[in-house]
Design a protein around this ligand. Structure first.
Ligand code: ZN
Length: 156
């Protein structure tokens, strides 16, 4: 049997109830099961749902973006950074690998800047309010490409 292509509307909140992200007012999020298009802890709990189901899904940080890792926090002398008027929130690509996450400036002193390479949602337990909009079987083309097509999915 083909994997399912699932369209969902979702609202993502953190433990304090603050909304971090939402698809409401946009196209639903579409993903193919098993294609690692969404975080594993969410996909696992969506597997049992069908069209029109609504559910509040808790995903602990470990099954979402992982725990925060202090090894990704660096204290860097200002003269080593290629920027004159550095600002908190600025991002740097430290690694040669363009797919590695950027480091974000979280603090600036007179001599140093603190750069944090953790994902912004690392260490955060997530709550998704989800509604299943559409479920269908993946097409042969989607299977070949390894991702869902149509809607806000991939276009070629
Ligand atoms: Zn494709």
């Amino acid at each position: 049997m083909s994997p399912r292509v699932v369209s969902i509307h979702y609202t993502l909140t953190d433990h304090s109830g603050q909304t971090l992200d939402s698809s409401i007012g946009q196209e639903p999020l579409k993903y193919m099961e098993g294609a690692q298009q969404i975080i594993p802890g969410l996909e696992q709990q969506l597997k049992a749902l069908k069209v029109k189901d609504k559910k509040k899904i808790q995903v602990p940080a470990a099954e979402a973006y992982g725990a925060r890792d202090d090894r990704f926090v660096m204290d860097v002398p200002l003269e080593k950074l290629p920027v004159k008027d550095l600002q908190v929130g600025q991002q740097f690509q430290i690694n040669a690998d363009p797919n590695s996450p950027p480091f974000v400036v979280t603090q600036i002193t007179t001599t140093h800047a603190v750069l944090d390479g953790n994902h912004p949602l690392a260490g955060v337990d997530l709550t998704f309010d989800v509604e299943i909009i559409e479920v269908r079987e993946a097409t042969a083309e989607e299977l070949k490409h390894g991702h869902a097509h149509g809607g806000d999915g991939h276009h070629h």
